[in-house]
Unconditional design. Structure first.
Length: 333
């Protein structure tokens, strides 16, 4: 993939292209951000650009070098990950990689090594990498890819140029899924719920999101209705299912966030800016009209506190959800 083909990461792509144009590419990058937003794809495109025979700021994809990198057969572009059956990248693997980077390129213009996920290097492996980071060989480049940059040693982070990758917008997720053949309605639903991660969107495609959405809407009805009965029934249903309760709260937060955004919309906003609410109109019914901005904000705040109760204080999901409902209802009186 060309750098310019990468969706939703304009700032990152432009930063890399400026470095390529000026022929001042740092010897080490750390690409960090949420899972499934294009970090690894961008790392591979950069490796291709560094070795492209046309020497532009975007790989041509047609020269022999680009084609070999695309097929993962180029001898000067290597990738290091966690071996099957292991949970860490070992010091031996890093030392082998360093030997490769210390040698001249075999046939291309640059040696490029991609470590993904870099945060799963053992401490010994990360410390071993410091020699290469401190004394890089000209023409050798290292790209670290991580969903959790904070898990890397500070000494490693400080020796890399950091490139932040942002969550993808729902519109981009929908576009990418539809290009893969996913039905537009399903893509729109998943795109609004995946938090900007294409990886998570692919996981959601195989799940019954409709049932989870219905639970979230019933919780909302319990918070806003004349009685909390609907919400209390959901709380009881989820009493022993922490993971599902957290997932339902996540959906409810997404719904309320989009409601809040919709109610405070700018004059130039269009219905296309609210894909989740539009795709759920048949499920949400008239409930959306009953939530004002202050209520939506209060519920989002309450949900955050409820999630903390379950995660950090191990509160039973039923008790936590009941507490959320009653606290919100009391605040509205």
């Amino acid at each position: 993939m060309r750098l310019t083909d990468i969706q939703g990461q304009q700032t990152a792509v432009e930063t890399l292209q400026r470095a390529l144009t000026a022929r001042k590419v740092p010897h080490a990058y750390l690409f960090f951000g949420p899972a499934g937003v294009g970090k690894r794809t961008c790392a591979e495109a950069l490796a291709m650009a560094l070795n492209c025979e046309r020497e532009t700021n975007d790989p041509c994809q047609h020269c022999i070098s680009c084609q070999k990198i695309d097929r993962q057969t180029h001898p000067d572009v290597v990738s290091l990950g966690v071996p099957e059956g292991k949970n860490r990248i070992s010091i031996d693997a890093v030392r082998k990689l360093e030997s490769k980077l210390a040698a001249p390129p075999y046939e291309g213009q640059a040696n490029v090594a991609i470590i993904d996920p870099a945060d799963l290097m053992s401490e010994q492996a990360a410390n071993a990498l410091l020699k290469t980071l401190e004394e890089p060989r000209p023409g050798s480049f290292l790209i670290l890819v991580s969903n959790r940059a904070s898990a890397l040693l500070p000494t490693v982070r400080s020796r890399c140029q950091l490139i932040r990758f942002r969550p993808l917008t729902p519109a981009i997720i929908v576009k990418l899924l539809c290009a893969e053949g996913v039905d537009f309605q399903e893509a729109t639903l998943v795109g609004g719920m995946c938090g900007g991660s294409l990886e998570r969107a692919h996981r959601y495609l195989g799940e019954d999101l409709g049932a989870r959405i219905d639970l979230a809407v019933d919780l909302l009805r319990g918070a806003l209705g004349k009685t909390p009965q609907k919400g209390l029934e959901i709380a009881q249903q989820l009493r022993g299912a922490k993971a599902e309760a957290l997932a339902v709260l996540d959906v409810l937060t997404l719904l309320l966030s989009e409601l809040l955004w919709q109610q405070n919309r700018q004059t130039d906003a269009t219905d296309n800016d609210f894909p989740l609410m539009n795709s759920l109109s048949d499920r949400v019914g008239g409930i959306a009209d009953q939530v004002n901005s202050s209520q939506a904000a209060a519920l989002i705040e309450g949900i955050s506190a409820t999630v903390d109760q379950m995660n950090f204080f191990h509160t039973n999901p039923q008790l936590a959800l009941e507490g959320l409902l009653m606290t919100f209802r009391n605040r509205q009186r």
